[in-house]
Design a protein around this ligand. Structure first.
Ligand SMILES: [Ca+2]
Length: 94
């Protein structure tokens, strides 16, 4: 193998590794739950909001409740939930 071939092989290896890493990181982002999944999990009475009573089902959600509840109406909408830290927390713990 001459120097050029070695260099080319190293470059190819690097590209392969990088492609794998990118594919892996994309796979992990798709694992985060959708708003529909979360609402289905907590919204027992299916009114489209998670009340404090429904949030009791998950200690982490309960702890973050007042922080997630942006408009302080005592209910969490899918929107409020999706932009909160909660999704990040449960995604990391999966
Ligand atoms: Ca509800």
């Amino acid at each position: 193998m001459n120097r050029f071939e070695k260099f080319f092989l190293a470059l190819l290896t690097l590209i392969t590794i990088q492609t794998l890493l990118i594919a892996q990181s994309q796979a992990s982002t798709t694992e985060s739950p959708s708003d529909k999944e979360l609402m289905a999990q907590f919204d027992d009475d299916q009114d489209g909001f998670i009340s404090l009573k429904e949030a009791v089902a998950d200690a982490r959600l309960l702890r973050l409740f007042s922080r997630i509840d942006d408009n302080a109406d005592g209910l969490l909408s899918a929107q409020e939930l999706m932009k909160s830290d909660y999704v990040e927390i449960i995604t990391m713990s999966r």
